[in-house]
Design a protein around this ligand. Sequence first.
Ligand code: IFM
Length: 731
Amino acid sequence: MKNDFLLQMSDIQNTTPEYMETLFTLSNGHMGLRGSDLIQDIHKTGNPGTFVNGFYEKKPIIYGEWAYGYAENHQTIIKLPDIRGIILTVNGHRSDEEEWMIKKDTFMLNMAKGLIEESYQIQTINGESFRFSAESFTSFEHSEIYTSKYTISDSNFSGEIVIEKDLSVNKKSDHHSEVDDPRVASMKSDLTVEKYDERLEQLKTHKSQQSILFGQVNLVNGKANYKSLILDIKKNEKMTGYNFVIVSEILKQTKDRPAINELNRLINDLEYELLLKKQEEYFNEFWAVSDIELSGQDKLQKGIRFNLFQLFQNAGRNSTTNFAAKGLTGEGYEGHYFWDTEMYILPFFIYTQPDIAKSLLTYRSYVLPQAKKRAEKLHQKGALFAWRTIDGDEASAYYPAGTAQVHINADISHAFQLYERVTGDHQFMKETGAEVVFETARFWLSFGHFGNKEGQRQFCIDGVTGPDEYTALVNNNYYTNKMAQSNLSYAVELAGQYPEMITEFENSQWQDAARNMYLPYDEKKQIIKQDDSFLDKEVWPFEETPKENYPLLLHYHPMIIYKYQVSKQADGLLAPLLFPNDYDKEQIIRDYNYYEGVTTHDSSLSRSVFSILASRTGQKKKAYNYFMDTALMDIVDLQGNAKDGVHAANMGGSWLSLIYGFAGLSYQGSDLIIENNLPDEISNLAFTLNLRGNLIKIYLDNCKVRGKIIQKGKFIQLEELDNQLIVRFNK
Ligand code: IFM
């Protein structure tokens, strides 16, 4: 197998245990377990643990000063015990009680198959020695199973080796929180534990009213044991045993019979080799439709595959869960879902694995009732989606950089629109998406207002925060207004197809607001204004700011930051990225140059945007440099906080930098255009897109763009021009 599918310790910059655990996380969208030390010794280090997507607890937010409509509860993903770590007992002596020699020979994440493979040379304090190998994975065939095959060989003794896992919950070590970093928080797990049967316990939360079944089965020579795995070793003979940890789907607090019956069937038929075979099939399929091959700097190919792998393995797939900002790799951002999914992560899925995209979008429809309630609470019409959430309710305790980011509404509408455009799945829009788009459009009409701007009646949206979290509560954030306009226009388009879902009056209001949306522009500087007041502020004193004072959010009070022209991340520049046909190249370059000068990139969501726009405006060197920071962000720990989880939006951003940037994907009318913007450092790029069921393999090299249909779907035509590929769809 090609080494570019194997992530090893030698590939990564930082080797602290917490950081390694993040990078070597195994997940299947339902559960994620950090890649902690396998064999527990007397030196307990790191921050191991397991996360279940959407399994969380609530607790009231205590405000020093409360105001009407503030978010009521924290929602925090629960850190369950480490289901990976094992304790070995050899002839009565335990690995976590005595000083053993444990030498790691191999440890790798096999991204081609979705496994961790590892082997150790072990010598106990009494001189018993043996080789211990393990192969483990979170099953994609049955997402409630994490399984390992353990093999003992080359032993210099005959005797008993016991392999155990400590799955007891509510331990002190299941809690870890960084006091000085607002981006990290976890909640001490306080679960009610009830014995369910001889194999399983039921773990219940209190306030969020959820429960899961949790337990293990061990198999040796076809015999099951629910506590531990006992191997009778003969000197020099090889011996194998299997462990299966069961982490059920989230159940209703009352007994969820069908789900439990299904789980019982699953437990009775556990078969490692079959699950392994299926795992390989899943991953073969995944790489066949999603891989990106490219030439270039050492580690780049592997870095890109690592990003794609993490995107694939961390996406919720059951329509009631989504994609947390850190996936299931750590406790950063409490397991919350943000706009990261729609604007950075979903394009990858929409263009490569539309079924996963559909499931992530369905989640938004699933929480639409909460979004409608939220709008009502704020005395608005329609729906207002939570800025950060697990269960759909707003969980942001700091509203200026939370609830006020109402652009989330339009981001969600935009993702539905992209899904429909790329897949042609109108049925989904009819059944699920249209209502979300209409409700978000209703919100804009009631939240915004017509005002007089520059002598004209224009639609304004005041008192909001845009993507840049270093600028809060402003009037007419350019990005928000542009996105709201697009949301309204899409609602009008859908209204033409489903007129029975809206009123005539609404339709005309939406058209009016979209047509007259105010988009702030500075005539003197000839650039878009991030918002009404951004350019009037003093520019942040960058020259006097020591390097160690970045990210600013950890060193300056918000009141100081908000006074200045300083952006944490790309904001207005997202508009030309998403609507390239609305801006000419000179305009984009002027905006780019200005806003690059005031952006710190303290958010990991920033650099990919700068890379894409640099690609599209012929600034190849810049495009490449920003891309490299994006592509290898977690592998080199660029942001310094990968220990708390991967930067999933940035991983989506690295896909965007390649496909929207280097391959210049855009639309002209209904035609999709691929354009060759490859930087000098990358001479070849190949990737696959799924366009209305057609799998198209696209190749770029220094002088050409080529396309090949490798699986046929609805009618399309490819036209190859000099350095351009045009995909035409049948209307
Ligand atoms: O959604 C982002 C936001 O744009 C910047 N702060 C972190 C959030 C989660 O990734």
